[in-house]
Design a protein around this ligand. Structure first.
Ligand code: FAD
Length: 522
């Protein structure tokens, strides 16, 4: 629920010792803004920065398709915000869902209360665009959030497990048909990675269903894939996907999605238990708080990224319709990073009594991965394909990843995948064992269901933070943690010594996460 905008003269406020800057959104744009603001000073005063996000982690969206296809742990595509801003001076983080803005009182409204600002930078990104079709929204999977990518991975793996039990060839084929809607970079990268996964999976581990060939079908409304790329790269992507066994349906528009699959506008039906929606995004609904929105619901900003009549408010990244040389700038991470930085510099200039400058975007190129060691990259006039494209993609994305820990996790999982030619993260961690089984066709009973645990731990409840799911070592720690609440499950005396240290660590972890001192002193 967003709060309507209030337009009038700025509130007068008593002189402050520090300039208060609130940055909403810890995505690419918000983090770039915070880093550029940290520890800086206005003309005569300190700049205090409050970063607000609805999650306590930053998501590296370019890796989400790898989470969904079991190539990467979720920790490879997301990193907690607090360590990312650790060491940045005069920056604090607040976990809250922002519900609106009071521009008259210079106030951000959230589910945890309000925060006052002198300058506001809004960087709340984008959401999937379902073109107001409720069926598409509820019956398709998406890739734009960490939860969604994990859920999709669980579902894909569950489809294979379910197919083993099915004797009816039509139903088995439905379970093993994966439809991806949208032939942009997200749809192409996901289709390529999924194709490798499903063919490898069946060949290796599902001999019993090897007769039913799994299919990945990429449905695209226009005549070509990757329409924002040059024609030679579009062709290359088309050929590479075909070679990987992806069935490409061009000029095919989706009319409806139901529990059995999707129906195209030309009347053709595709029976599929998995429809992944990668057909477009629009600005976060918070954009509706602003007086003027443009294409894809984005907030219209001027060339300085400021909002009309509110020079103290900047909107950046995917939420903003930023004027470029040939129309609005695309919704890309580079646009977000550069615009976030620019807004931060403008805030510093304004708070020092200076003026703001026009934002100029530097196009650093676009890339899409087409499988192991294969990518297309368009960097100015340079077009790279195959291994050179992939190496360029690798270098750019590893450099962009926000922490060394993320880089290390990603490298470890990738190298492990290459060496063992297997997907290291093929875990079904949520009980999505019956894909699209409900009468309504809704794709899952509960998207936030608890992770599957062994029967022995079925009644155990991990307090608030799901450590088991957030870190590889978390699973070990969680086991020891759970054992605290279930004395009957504690290890036998002979094994106690080795596990005592682990328990000690778990207790300290529990203390840090819950503030439960008694458990730490146990
Ligand atoms: C699957 C996928 C793959 C992509 N791959 C690429 C790629 O390879 N290269 C590329 O350049 N671009 C890619 N993009 C696009 C890129 O992710 C976006 O352009 C970029 O993330 C925009 O940055 P942002 O800071 O505006 O928004 P985001 O990075 O989305 O950050 C928005 C932040 O705002 C927070 N937020 C939202 N609403 C609220 C609220 N109400 N209260 C508090 N916080 C809130 C969110 O939690 C989030 O942390 C991809 C996008 C997706 C979905």
């Amino acid at each position: 629920m967003t709060t309507a905008v209030e337009m009038s003269a700025p509130a007068t406020r008593p002189p402050q010792s520090a300039v208060r800057v609130v940055v909403v959104g810890a995505g690419f744009a918000g983090l770039a803004a915070v880093k550029a603001l940290a520890g800086r000073h206005g003309q005569s005063s300190r700049v205090d920065v409050t970063l607000v996000d609805q999650h306590n982690y930053h998501v590296f969206t370019p890796f989400l398709y790898q989470v969904a296809t079991a190539l990467l742990e979720p920790t490879g595509a997301a990193h907690p915000v607090r360590p990312l801003i650790r060491g940045l001076r005069d920056v604090e983080f607040r976990l809250a869902q922002v519900s609106g803005f009071n521009f008259r009182l210079h106030r951000v409204e959230s589910d945890h209360g309000s925060i006052d600002y002198d300058y506001l930078i809004v960087a709340t990104g984008a959401v999937n665009d379902y073109f107001q079709n409720a069926d598409i929204a509820t019956k398709t999977f998406s890739l734009n959030q960490l939860d969604a990518a994990q859920e999709l991975r669980n579902h894909i793996l569950s489809c294979f497990e379910a197919a083993v039990w099915v004797t009816d060839s039509v139903e088995r084929s439905r379970l093993l048909t994966f439809a991806v809607v949208g032939g942009g970079p997200t749809g192409v990268e996901f289709s390529a990675a999924l194709s490798v996964l499903v063919h490898e999976l069946v060949a290796r581990d599902f001999a019993v269903i090897s007769g039913a060939e799994p299919r990945v079908v990429l449905v695209e409304g226009s005549t070509a894939l990757l329409t924002s790329f040059a024609p030679d790269l579009q062709d290359k992507a088309h050929r590479a996907l075909r070679a990987r066994g992806v069935q490409i349906e061009s000029t095919a528009l989706v009319a409806e999605v139901d529990k059995d699959g999707l129906v195209l506008k030309d009347g053709r039906r595709l029976a599929s238990a998995t429809v992944v929606w990668a057909a477009g995004v629009r600005a976060n609904p918070l954009a509706d708080c602003f007086p003027a929105t443009g294409t894809r619901g984005r907030v219209m900003v001027g060339a300085t990224l400021q909002v009309e009549r509110h020079p103290e408010v900047f909107v950046v990244g995917d939420s903003a319709e930023i004027p470029g040389r040939s129309g609005a700038l695309p919704m890309l991470a580079q646009v977000a990073i550069q615009s976030g930085r620019h807004a931060a510099r403008s805030v510093l200039a304004l708070s020092s009594g200076g003026t703001v400058s026009t934002f100029h975007y530097r196009d650093l190129g676009t890339m899409a991965v087409l499988g192991r060691g294969d990518a297309v990259a368009q960097i100015g006039r340079v077009h790279l394909t195959g291994l050179s494209g992939w190496l360029a993609w690798l270098a750019v994305h590893l450099a962009r990843a926000n922490s060394w820990q993320t880089k290390a996790t990603v490298m470890f999982d990738w190298v492990s995948g290459l060496v063992f030619t297997d997907r290291p993260v093929r875990l079904i961690t949520r009980p999505t064992v019956e894909p699209t089984s409900s009468e309504t066709g809704a794709r899952r009973p509960d998207t936030r269901a608890e992770p599957v645990r062994s029967v022995a731990f079925a009644k155990a409840d991990l307090p608030s933070v799901n450590v088991a799911n957030t870190h590889r070592w978390g699973r070990v720690a969680a086991l020891a943690w759970w054992s605290q609440d279930y004395p009957g499950l504690r290890p036998k005396p002979t094994r106690q010594k080795g596990i005592a240290a682990l328990r000690g660590r778990a207790l300290r972890l529990r203390h840090v996460l819950t503030g439960d001192k008694s458990s730490a002193e146990d």
